[in-house]
Design a protein around this ligand. Structure first.
Ligand SMILES: *Cc1c(COP(=O)(O)O)cnc(C)c1O
Length: 238
C-alpha cells in the first residue's frame, strides 16, 4: 500500500466510526431525522480533503481564511468539486467579504459589523451565502468569548434576514471549555426554540464536536462538526 492508500484507509475507518456514533446518538435521542456531518479539515492538507470527498464527505469546515482560501483553490485545481465549504472560525470584518468568495456557509456570524461586510462579498456570488449565527454558551464575563449573547440574537437575526445576499439558515455553538457540555447544549436548545419560532426556515443547528457530539445530538443538533475523530490530532497545535 502507498502512503496515500494508508491514509485513505485510516480516514475511511474513522469516518465509519464517527458515522456510527452519530447514528447511535440519533436513535438514542428518539429522532427519525438524519444528522449531517461536517468534517473539520483545518490544519490538514488539500490531499486529505480530496480523500474525504472521494469517501462521500459533502461538507468540510475551516477556521482560518487564508488557509481555507488556498486549500479551496487547490481542491478546485485538482478537480475536487461538489463540496460545501463551511467557515467556522473567528471572523475579522476586514476579511469577511473575502470569505464570501470561497465559503458556501459562514457559521460564525456573531456581530452586526460582519453582516454588512459579508453581504458586500456575497453580492459577487451567483447564489446567496448561507449564514449561521454563532451563539455564546459561555457564562457572562468570560474572556475571549465568541458568539452573540442570547439577548442580542433576535436583532442580529433581523439584520441577516434583511441582507440582500445572505440567507439565514440557523444557529451554531461551541460548548464552553471546562464545563459539562450537557447543560450548555440544554441552554442552546431553549435559545433555539425561541429563535425558530421567529425564523422557521432557519432550522439548522450546528453543534457538537469530536468529544461532545452525542450530547449535542440529544439536544437537537442537525449538523455536527468533527475534526480530530476523523483526521487525527491536528499537526502542530494543542
Ligand atoms: C476545530 C473545531 C471543531 C472540531 O473540533 P474537534 O474536537 O477536532 O472535533 C469544531 N468546531 C469548531 C468551531 C472548531 O474550531
Amino acid at each position: 500500500m502507498t502512503d496515500l492508500d494508508t491514509r485513505r484507509a485510516e480516514l475511511a475507518d474513522n469516518l465509519t466510526a464517527v458515522r456510527s456514533r452519530i447514528d447511535a446518538a440519533t436513535r438514542a435521542a428518539g429522532r427519525s431525522d438524519t444528522v449531517a456531518l461536517t468534517v473539520v479539515t483545518k490544519f490538514f492538507p488539500a490531499a486529505d480533503v480530496a480523500a474525504l470527498a472521494a469517501l462521500g464527505v459533502a461538507d468540510v469546515g475551516e477556521n482560518r481564511h487564508q488557509e481555507a482560501e488556498s486549500k479551496h483553490a487547490e481542491c478546485l485545481a485538482a478537480g475536487v468539486t461538489g463540496l460545501r465549504w463551511h467557515f467556522i472560525g473567528g471572523l475579522q470584518s476586514n476579511k469577511a467579504s473575502a470569505v464570501a468568495h470561497w465559503a458556501d456557509v459562514v457559521e460564525s456570524v456573531d456581530r452586526p459589523k460582519l453582516v454588512s461586510a459579508l453581504d458586500r462579498g456575497a453580492a459577487e456570488r451567483e447564489a446567496p451565502l448561507d449564514v449561521l449565527l454563532q451563539v455564546s454558551l459561555d457564562p457572562p464575563g468570560r474572556e475571549q468569548r465568541a458568539g452573540v449573547d442570547a439577548d442580542d440574537l433576535a436583532a442580529l437575526a433581523e439584520r441577516v434576514a434583511a441582507a440582500d445576499h445572505l440567507r439565514l439558515r440557523g444557529l451554531m455553538a461551541v460548548a464552553p471549555l471546562g464545563e459539562e457540555p450537557e447543560p450548555a447544549f440544554e441552554r442552546l436548545a431553549r435559545i433555539r426554540a425561541r429563535f425558530v419560532a421567529d425564523h422557521p426556515a432557519a432550522d439548522v443547528l450546528s453543534a457538537g464536536m469530536s468529544g461532545d457530539l452525542e450530547a449535542a445530538i440529544t439536544h437537537g443538533a442537525t449538523h455536527v462538526r468533527v475534526g480530530t475523530a476523523v483526521l487525527g490530532s491536528r499537526p502542530g497545535v494543542q
